[in-house]
Design a protein around this ligand. Structure first.
Ligand code: SF4
Length: 251
């Protein structure tokens, strides 16, 4: 999925190494087809542009090709291997096999480095995806709001988006990280009421950690603005007061 770690569509499977705001120096792994966005959402702050349907399964790289691409990056000095890229990694049609091959190549060439998946959580209803995510070292699920109406306005999803569905799936996944991006604009999740609702959703989801951050550059199509460091720190402080969970602010 998504995120601040990747800006614009990429054409390669493995990219970097480069600095990320949350995981140090990372190698990125793009499981989506080259130069195509693959995501069920079309978030207002997405740096990949609008989503226009999902690619055909045959457009995705095979698990073997993904493994070869990671092996070819051997020797790179990295802190973590992060699955994100051109959209949602768990939409890969053979995601469990990809996870297994990446773990094998990691053990061979990047021993001790964690494999992290950044995900929108859209596929958390699939048992095979959930089992595969549990075999990774960290799964960071996006949860940007605690109200369904706000979540829908942020995600601009074609299908239903429901906070209860997300929080209980995150909780069932177990030991997940929540990543939440806060911003102002015609759509905002940073008012006191919105933050209260989000805190309640985090409480239900029982994550191992919460990463809060803001947009680091204006998205191409929306008039959104980042939160100041002080406001972002206040959001984190309110969560820490309400819920016993480690909170990291990604500057
Ligand atoms: S989940 Fe949102 S931010 Fe991430 S790729 Fe999809 S549309 Fe973009």
């Amino acid at each position: 999925m998504t995120t601040a770690e990747f800006h614009g569509l990429g054409s390669t499977i493995v990219y970097g190494p480069g600095p990320s705001r949350r995981y140090g120096i990372t190698l990125g792994v793009n499981l989506s087809p080259p130069d195509l966005k693959a995501c069920r959402y079309s978030c207002v702050y997405c740096q990949l542009g609008h989503s226009r349907g999902l690619p055909e399964p045959s457009a995705y790289p095979t698990a073997a090709v993904v493994g070869e691409a990671l092996a070819a990056a051997h020797g790179a000095a990295v802190d973590a291997i992060v699955l994100c890229g051109n959209g949602e990694p768990t939409l890969h049609p053979d995601f469990p096999a990809v996870v297994d091959v990446l773990r094998r190549q990691r053990d061979r060439h990047f021993a001790g480095r964690p494999i992290v998946c950044l995900t929108s959580g859209s596929e958390l209803g699939r048992p095979d995806v959930v089992e595969a995510l549990r075999r990774l070292d960290e799964c960071s699920v996006k949860l940007d709001a605690g109200r369904c109406s706000t979540l829908r306005r942020i995600a601009l999803a074609e299908g239903p988006v429901c906070v209860d569905w997300m929080t209980w799936r995150i909780r069932a996944l177990g030991d997940a990280v929540i990543q939440s991006c806060f911003f102002d604009g015609p759509v905002t999740n940073a008012t006191d009421d919105e933050v209260d609702a989000w805190i309640e959703a985090v409480r239900v989801a029982e994550p191992r950690r919460v990463d809060v951050f803001t947009i680091d550059r204006p998205p191409p199509t929306q008039r959104l603005s980042p939160l100041s460091p002080e406001r972002l720190a206040r959001v984190a402080a309110r969560l820490r007061e309400a819920v016993s969970v480690p909170v990291a602010v990604a500057a």
